[in-house]
Write a protein that binds this ligand. Structure first.
Ligand code: ZN
Length: 149
């Protein structure tokens, strides 16, 4: 089976790890089992981000949230989803801001107690979300960097 460089299209040896022409890594591991390895990417780009987009859009229309912030959040989610869908490098880059924003939001939400009172435990929830949310995402998206050009 002949393979081609995903970046420049040059024919590569079957065992190539890097393209000998442009030095792009060969996304071999990902290609071997695309359905399993791209599950989170698909869930994130086609379910969560569009959901955020609609949700913030509704919040903006209903004035439940400062209009400008809700609109920006909706726009941001939508544009990131589009960039990821098109496998654009800027989508991948923008996604870091998206992942960070979601992690910080979750950390903020967790800092409220059962009665809805804000308790100052961000010193606990921010590192917790960093560990449980940002770190796994960081590893995941870094590995899939080759898919975005
Ligand atoms: Zn190449």
């Amino acid at each position: 089976m002949a393979i081609e460089c995903t970046h420049c299209g040059v024919k590569l040896a079957d065992k190539a790890v890097f393209c000998h022409w442009c030095k792009t890594p060969v996304p071999r591991v990902i290609e071997q089992d695309p359905t399993k390895r791209l599950r989170w990417l698909k869930l994130w780009s086609y379910v969560f981000l569009p959901l955020f987009c609609v949700l913030f859009g509704l919040l903006a229309v209903q004035n439940q949230m400062p209009w400008l912030w809700a609109s920006l959040a909706a726009l941001f989610s939508g544009v990131t989803a589009l960039g990821l869908h098109q496998h654009k490098r800027w989508g991948w880059t923008l996604n870091w801001a998206m992942v960070t924003a979601v992690g910080l939001t979750l950390a903020g939400v967790l800092a409220f107690d059962d009665s809805g009172r804000f308790v100052n435990k961000l010193f606990l929830t921010v590192p917790m979300m960093g560990f449980l949310w940002f770190w796994p995402n960081y590893v995941y998206w870094r590995k899939r960097s080759v898919l975005f050009t």
